[in-house]
Design a protein around this ligand. Structure first.
Ligand code: CP
Ligand code: NVA
Length: 308
């Protein structure tokens, strides 16, 4: 069964096919009004459960719209309203949901919830973000990069700030898509070394550079994310801000990269914290294209999961 749990757990050829299909589907739609159904209706008759144990704007709306455009139906469920949040096991929840729906997308805290859901579900499961990774976001980001600049293979991507769940999925993608990744951030917030090793084993050059200005030299793409993720304790906020302030993406930092370097952020952004408004709204920024491409990339992910 085709679960979409993580980029490094998916074959490189399948990942490439998903990106290419996303782009083709997006092109086919052209400028149709958002609510207009796709001509081919590949999800006709299918029901998709979208489960959220954390807040979401983009993931919620883009999955819901994507299913509707492809002719399927959705039910959006909040984890706390389900028995899942009141002691029913993940395994039993997975078995039950599999009797009602054709596909499950879940956003949760601990990765084990996702993996247990996938183990016991008899329908495909998609990772809509865990504390540890966010693969759908990076599929959208690769689609976005390639729309603007061509193949990402061989390019230099620089991650600035917290080595968090989104950074982890970039590391997973570096090996699979063949780009180089430089992490720049404080040692306390380094990405998981297991993921660094994984990318290196697949042939990607992964560099850790504490000096953000050195890190961005020759960069084709600069990426950052919030300094305090949904799974981080609010009590760590001040400490994190103090550690991360030197890694803010601002004009001086962007000017130290290649002249045509792009800027990405998965959003939601905290303006004047991890990135200045000048960069968010400036010519290098493709943040709203990334947000739009969540829709197109995930439509292709869902088709791959269902084999339609
Ligand atoms: N980027 C992203 O996943 O956004 P949401 O938290 O709004 O879904
Ligand atoms: N790292 C962020 C990403 C939000 C889309 C978080 O997990 O809160």
């Amino acid at each position: 069964m085709n679960h979409f749990l993580d980029i490094h757990k998916t074959d490189a050829s399948d990942l490439r096919a998903i990106i290419d299909q996303a782009r083709a589907m997006k092109d086919r739609r052209g400028g149709l009004p958002r609510g207009t159904p796709d001509a081919d209706q590949p999800l006709a008759g299918r029901m998709v459960a979208l489960i959220f144990e954390k807040p979401s704007t983009r993931t919620r709306v883009s999955f819901d719209m994507g299913v509707r455009q492809m002719g399927g139906q959705t039910m959006v469920l909040s984890g706390s309203d389900m028995q899942l949040g009141h002691g029913e096991t993940i395994a039993d929840t997975a078995r039950v949901l599999s009797r009602y729906v054709d596909l499950i997308m879940i956003r949760t805290f601990d990765e084990s919830v996702l993996t247990e859901m996938a183990e016991f579900a008899s329908v495909p499961v998609i990772n809509g973000l865990t504390d540890r990774s966010h693969p759908c976001q990076i599929m959208a980001d690769i689609l976005t990069y390639e729309e603007h600049r061509g193949p990402i293979r061989g390019k230099k991507v620089v991650w600035c700030g917290d080595g968090n769940n989104v950074c982890a999925s970039f590391l997973h993608a570096a090996g699979r898509f063949g780009f180089d990744l430089t992490f720049t951030g404080p040692v306390q917030l380094d990405p998981e070394m297991e993921f660094v090793g994984l990318a290196r084993n697949e042939g990607a050059t992964v560099t850790i550079e504490r000096d953000p200005f050195k890190a961005v030299e020759g960069a084709d793409l600069i990426v950052t994310d919030t300094w305090v993720s949904m799974h981080d304790a609010q009590s760590s906020r001040e400490r994190r801000h103090n550690m991360l302030r030197p890694y803010q993406v601002n004009r001086a930092l962007m000017e130290a990269a290649k002249p045509d370097a792009l800027f990405m952020h998965c959003l939601p952004a905290h303006r004047e914290e991890e990135v200045t408004s000048e960069i968010m709204d400036g010519p290098a920024s493709v943040v709203f294209d990334e947000a739009e491409n969540r829709l197109h990339a995930q439509k292709a992910v869902m088709r791959w999961c269902l084999g339609v």
